[in-house]
Design a protein around this ligand. Structure first.
Ligand code: GLY
Ligand code: MN
Ligand code: MN
Length: 435
């Protein structure tokens, strides 16, 4: 992502804010993993979306029309001694030179400078609740101005959720974003293929996770976009299973939900395949239903359709399939209406995808489902899960859990599957695993 793209985003946001407004965004804090060792640093998505600034301990301020600079960045000062230990810092010079700030100050001067900027503004755009400690600071600065009201100072009167405007922007991906997401999805698809090739009965789930991670990192991904799910057999029926410590058994299926993050953009792919490389008749029957449901849902991803259309299409095929398997009994419309499928399909068919794996953006506008538009990216991920002990389900189905998930970009004429490189038909999977 080049600097021009970040500058364009700031400009777009400031145009919507208008004069008299100020937006304040803190960087994500470093978090301790144990004692004095930190988790790998991952910037806050909103902050990074507007700045491209990769360091912690920073605050971005946007003031449309501000004579002394519309974009002000507070960040750590250069410190040769600390930089020997933890690497280079941009410092204030770098903030302006490399990251497009109009003006830059040391983060330690925030308390001195920010009240002065706030007092010139009527409306404050901020993200409340994500960083309570920062919210306290903001309230403190505003109170400082209020305390001086007799000296003629006026505190801002309106506080506006920055999320509304910003997340609407983030929902629509630019060409550069789509290119990056496609790259992330390709890396993930490669990792799923690697896992299929490596998988043998007797291996441990974590050994397959190692294959995924190896491929992610080898291709330049900085981290998994979320905790990888590597779920053998009945573990696939635990939707957020991330233990990944069990052995993989001959005759079981393996469900892998894993996606690479690349430059802070996520991919999110699920594939389900037989541990020994060949689907049993029963596994195949369930798998084909889920695949047909996914195709039906994908066909609904196009401009003009609404958010819920793919889900409804998937639910219809899944319910019909459950009747055919003998797992549901009754008339199709009635079973759909009563949501009888929810015993076997308890999640929705997708979510927005972007910098965050469950990305920002409204799913409804007022009471109505959102209409799909070009530039949106979503997942399509139907599944069926027959947990051991499911009442009314014959034992032969127990422990079969299948999900198939792709990343889909809405285009002017329909859609583009970003994760298309990951095999998903029975024939494709069995052929890849046979070699
Ligand atoms: N991996 C999380 C999800 O599929 O939503
Ligand atoms: Mn997903
Ligand atoms: Mn997923």
């Amino acid at each position: 992502m080049n600097q021009a793209e970040f500058a364009r985003r700031r400009k777009q946001l400031m145009e919507q804010m208008g004069r008299g407004a100020i937006a304040i965004l803190p960087a994500a804090p470093l978090r301790l993993r144990n004692r004095d060792t930190e988790y790998p640093y991952r910037p806050d998505s909103d902050f990074y979306y507007l700045t491209g600034f990769p360091e912690p301990e920073a605050v971005a301020v946007l003031i449309p029309g501000h004579a002394h600079g519309e974009y002000i960045l507070f960040s750590r000062e250069r410190d040769p001694e600390k930089e020997v230990w933890n690497g280079a810092r941009a410092g204030q010079e770098g903030a302006c030179r490399d990251y497009g700030a109009d003006d830059a100050f040391p983060i330690d001067d925030l308390d001195d400078i920010l009240p002065g900027l706030l007092e010139k503004c009527e409306r404050v755009y901020c993200v409340m609740g994500a960083q309570p400690e920062f919210d306290q600071h903001l309230i403190g600065w505003v109170n400082q101005i209020r305390a001086r009201s007799r000296a003629g100072l006026r505190a801002p009167e309106e506080f506006i959720a920055l999320d509304q405007v910003l997340h609407e922007m983030r929902l629509f991906k630019s060409r550069a974003e789509i290119a990056l997401m496609k790259k992330a999805a390709r890396i993930s698809a490669g990792a799923h293929k690697r896992a299929m090739r490596a998988c043998k009965p007797g291996m441990m789930e974590y050994q397959i996770e190692a294959e995924l991670r190896h491929e992610f990192m080898r291709q330049g991904s900085q981290a998994p976009a979320y905790n990888s799910i590597v779920a053998g057999g009945a573990n696939a029926c635990v939707l957020h299973y991330t233990g990944n410590r069990a052995p993989l058994k001959d005759g079981d299926l393996l469900l892998i939900d894993a996606g690479a993050e690349l430059d802070n953009y996520a991919s999110d792919i699920t594939r389900t395949f037989p541990v020994n490389g060949r689907f049993s008749a029963g596994q195949r029957a369930v798998y084909e239903i889920v695949l047909e449901a996914q195709y039906a849902a994908l066909a609904k991803v196009k401009p003009g359709n609404h958010w819920n259309d793919p889900h409804q299409a998937a639910v219809r095929v899944l319910t019909k399939g459950l009747i055919e398997l003998g797992l549901l009994k009754g008339a199709l419309p009635k079973l759909i209406k009563e949501q009888a499928y929810r015993r076997f399909y308890m999640h929705r068919t997708g979510h927005w995808l972007g910098m965050d794996v469950h990305d920002v953006g409204d799913y409804k506008i007022g009471d109505a489902w959102r209409v799909l538009e070009p530039g949106m990216v979503l997942t399509v991920e139907p599944g069926l899960y027959i947990a051991p002990g499911t009442s009314g389900a014959p034992k032969k189905w127990w422990g079969i859990g299948v999900r198939i998930e792709d990343d889909v970009h809405v285009t002017p004429r329909g859609h583009e599957i970003l994760s298309a490189d990951a095999p998903k038909t029975v024939a494709e999977i069995e052929s890849l695993m046979a070699h």
